[in-house]
Design a protein around this ligand. Structure first.
Ligand SMILES: *Cc1c(COP(=O)(O)O)cnc(C)c1O
Length: 393
């Protein structure tokens, strides 16, 4: 299966068939499994084989199909599926860290990732240094002999800064630190994070993997040793496993992810090009635009693809941003991303509301900033809708 090209892996990878030989993957909506004998139960608790299951918190056939398919897509040895993206971030970091360890992380992070680093890990004696992720000298200055992990979003939410995975990995690996990458905005379609030096890659499957706004999920990808030796014991005993039903939603999402995300990115570029320079905007941020500060890196790291999200900064501040949101007829006001439906978000008053104003300013989360996740609608319709709402502001 690892010789197959991407779209074949996404349709057939990891499929396990029951005795009925069903075409579409079955949902094994069961918490447990029956043993033929007491001896077999004893044996399985001692050492479960690849297709032997004990309890859905430890593993389940539908969940295993999802793990195998996403690992094939990412080019990772193994994967552990989690109940949400945040369960994946927490599981990857907490399973490997202990009191006294040092972590370096990029400052521009999703609010819940910041909470894990600054509140939870700090409470358990892990020292965290935050840096400007785009400044390689800052990473170099921050890593130390006792740095156990570095963590960053390869494309940051919501200001779409792109971080150089290969360069940060080189700095981190010199001190023996594990490179953990939250890769949601880069998407598993455009990412080559493991080949570029990441040791552990995390996705919120809630975003592009489902892609239709139905279910929460997440995944941690890495070496077999890390996933089975470090992550699995932590996850299976603390309970952040993915439900078999949600695993089935994600498994079916993977069948179409390559088609969907490529179409969304193509439309996102058209929208960004159409809006760039609009008189009501002070900035149009899209990594696929030549004018983006890290467009060279986007060419090297993501094959030139800028992803499915753009950010627009309205010159008129929050009042203008709200009027723009309220004037949209196609895109919905919500806070998911990667969905088939285009979604517009005002980060300063929603996803990043709790950050102090000074921190918002430092991260570029201005009162006029709108995060726009491009869906699967017709690009002409989207551009007409956005432009009409902007013109009316
Ligand atoms: C959404 C998101 C998460 C969290 O995922 P959930 O599935 O909502 O828990 C983590 N990191 C990034 C970059 C995200 O966009």
């Amino acid at each position: 299966m690892s010789d197959w090209n991407t779209r074949t892996k996404l349709v057939h990878g990891g499929t396990r068939r029951s005795q009925y030989n069903e075409v579409s993957e079955a949902i094994f909506l069961t918490q447990g499994f029956v043993y033929d004998t007491a001896e077999q139960a004893q044996e399985r608790f001692l050492k479960a084989g690849d297709d032997e299951f004990i309890y859905a918190r430890y593993g389940n056939p539908t969940v295993a199909m999802f793990e195998e398919r996403i690992a094939l897509l990412e080019g990772a040895e193994d994967a552990f599926a989690t109940a949400s993206g945040m369960a994946a971030v927490n599981g990857a970091l907490t399973s490997m860290l202990k009191a006294g360890d040092h972590v370096v992380a990029a400052r521009a992070l999703f609010g819940s990732c910041l909470y894990i680093l600054e509140d939870i890990l700090a409470r358990f004696g892990v020292e965290v240094t935050l840096v400007d992720g785009t400044d390689l000298q800052a990473w170099q200055d921050a890593v130390r002999a006792d740095t156990r992990a570095v963590f960053f979003e390869s494309m940051s939410n919501p200001t779409l800064e792109v971080i150089d995975i290969a360069a940060v990995a080189e700095i981190a690996h010199k001190v023996g630190a594990t490179v953990v990458v939250d890769n949601v905005f880069s998407t598993p379609v455009f990412s080559n994070a493991i080949a570029q030096g990441a040791d552990v890659v995390i996705y919120s499957a809630t975003k592009h993997i489902d892609g239709q706004g139905r279910a929460l999920g997440g995944v941690i990808l890495g070496t077999k040793e890390f996933i089975r030796g470090t992550v699995e014991p932590y996850m299976k005993h603390t309970g952040g496993s993915l439900s078999p039903f949600n695993a089935w939603v994600m498994l079916k999402g993977l069948e179409t992810i390559d088609l969907r995300v490529r179409a969304q990115a193509e439309t996102a570029l058209k929208v960004a090009q159409a809006l760039d320079g609009h008189s009501k905007l002070s900035r149009t941020i899209y990594p696929g635009l030549k004018a983006h500060a890290q467009n060279d890196l986007v060419q090297r790291q993501l094959g030139g693809k800028g992803g499915t999200v753009l950010s627009l900064d309205l010159a008129g501040g929050q009042d203008a941003a709200f009027r723009f949101l309220n004037g949209l007829n196609i895109a919905v006001i919500s806070n998911n991303l990667g969905d088939a439906k285009s979604i517009a978000t005002h980060p300063a008053t929603t996803t990043h509301q709790r950050l102090p104003d000074a921190q918002k300013a430092e991260l570029g989360i201005t009162p006029g900033l709108i995060r726009f996740s491009v869906g699967l609608e017709d690009s002409d319709d989207l551009i007409a809708d956005i432009t009409a709402s902007l013109d009316a502001v």
